[in-house]
Ligand binder design. Sequence first.
Ligand code: ADP
Ligand code: ZN
Length: 667
Amino acid sequence: MTAKYAQVVLGLPLDRAFTYSIPQDFKAGVRIGQRVHVPFGRDVKIGYIVSFLNKTEVKKIKPLKSIVDEEPLLDRDMLKLTRKVADYYCASWGEVIEAAHPANVRRRTRPLPQTPQAPSISQGLLEEKLALSPRQKAVLELITKSIRKRKHEVFLLHGITASGKTEVYLQAMACALSEGLSSIVLVPEIALTPQTVERFERRFGDRVALMHSRLKARERAYQWQRAKTGQAQIVIGARSAVFAPLANLGLIVVDEEHETTYKQKDTSPHYHAREVASLRAKLAGATVILGSATPSLESFYNAEKGRIELISLPERVTKQDLPEVSIIDMRREITMRKRRANIFSRALEVKLREVLNRDEQAILFLNRRGFSTYISCPKCGYVARCRRCEVSLTYHYASKRLICHYCNYSIEPPQICPQCDASYLSYFGLGTEKVESELHRLFPRARIARMDRDATSKRDAHTKILNDFKNGKTDILIGTQMVAKGLDFPRVSLVGVISADTALNLPDFRSGERTFNLLTQVAGRSGRGEVQGKVIIQTYAPENFAITASTRHDYHQFYRKEIKSRKILRLPPFTHLVNLSLRGHNQKKVQEAADELSSELKEKRTNKGIQILGPAPEAVSRIRGSFRWSVLLKGSKQDELVKLLKQMRCGSGRYKGLRLNVDVDPI
Ligand code: ADP
Ligand code: ZN
């Protein structure tokens, strides 16, 4: 290596590389993809070498301080991929590189620990493949053909719940292995899908590496290392596992591809693992399977346009048909029962009793945790709110406190209204805790468990709850969306949706889609074994078509209607959106900056097809004391939006004391 200078990117929101000179004495060791210590301002930071230069215009160049590891952390493919992701999401390259590596791998400046001897599972103990149904076979054949050709292809596998999709993934992965190729399986939330993970481990033993955020830092680094060294050829994990350091990639499976957990929402880079999977597979010549019972509108539209290939499994492989679904109009229940705040309709109560009598199991779903969702003064209208966020506080019975679901701020509930001093406060709204307590009152002998973020805050708590349910130690499991996904319990014959309206009422154009997905998924938990399943959906909007379509399990009907309205309203997948969010503690400054940003965008816009909406305060206009205003860009071509943004130099500390957050394809 004779280069004089190295270009280094840093894990900061600055989308540019910095130039450093390479000291004479370690030229031999310097390679692309290596981590290096570099002086930056008054600090020393870890950076990543992305290229070399022989000359530069830059003045006052400092030398690299030291090389962190001899073996580059990133190979050329990973550099290419992270660069592409940064381009697509208008993010900094360094930040994408950091998102692609577990913190413990990135920060460790000593070599990674030697891989301990993994317990070796002999091939003979591994579970055999199932004999496929003719439909599964047909679908698998298309996929394996593509894997063997090593030609990049994306399949959308639309299969109803329990149609045998997972078995198809397993056999596709076996095919990849036999070709000497590795696979990645992405699942929406790994800690919530222990059953799926177990199936992969039973089939592939110690060739599997697990990657997810609930692992201890050391364990994560260890699993990463096993993938990097080729000891594991299969990686299963949540969103960030799409960057797993596997060589010879042949297949990426994105299970439940419609799930929003694939999008990194809170921190930059705001990538979507489905998008990254396609970018990565394209570079690697690998096959992608996007699997879902309720594909995202984006993916189904892509399939319709012929950009990806649609394959489907329209029938269950198990004995039972899809469960029968009834809608209960809760408006009528109220007048019938003359009781406020009734949680269980008569129909649901009757069915629950039957389930208990027959010694079967039920799952109840409500997408809101806590006891009462707000407390308020009936006299003056005071509502208890968070001091730092623009939201009301939720009452939690277990801790007897009012808690903010955005920042965890909590207070003891006041007895008397602090505003008018004249009245006691009333408790309104319904959360999982209250459902649980009402259940105990209604069915004192039933064994009841609750699964939500409060009940699973301790490590492994969710595993225990699910194991108890599996082993028949629990009769009724009540939970948030944690119980909606992927669970496969054959004795569950009833699913009750306490309120279908929580997702519908969100101020979001995807609320119908989300409601349809959630109801279909949760309904799919019922009737997976010997007994026919039953689903009861309680709602105040019984004519809403996301709800009625889900009772018929009719994805196609839902899609037709939804895609039409997206087209009329010029929303994704017909357009791309970019959300620019300005945040800061001074409301006036935030607002002024948002105005200025919007005006400048309008000035710089040459393409009249690009719409600039706002600025406007966000739905939750203050979080942790920080005000939020946003400007929304809308345009038919994603790259044109990004081009406009690049001219704006959005990343680099454009506004003093404020943060500008750029989210491409926001969710
Ligand atoms: P999905 O992923 O579509 O929900 P699964 O692959 O989990 O479906 O299959 C549902 C159930 O049917 C699982 O218990 C699975 O073991 C079983 N199963 C899948 N394929 C077959 C098959 N070809 N023969 C028998 N049982 C099968
Ligand atoms: Zn708060």
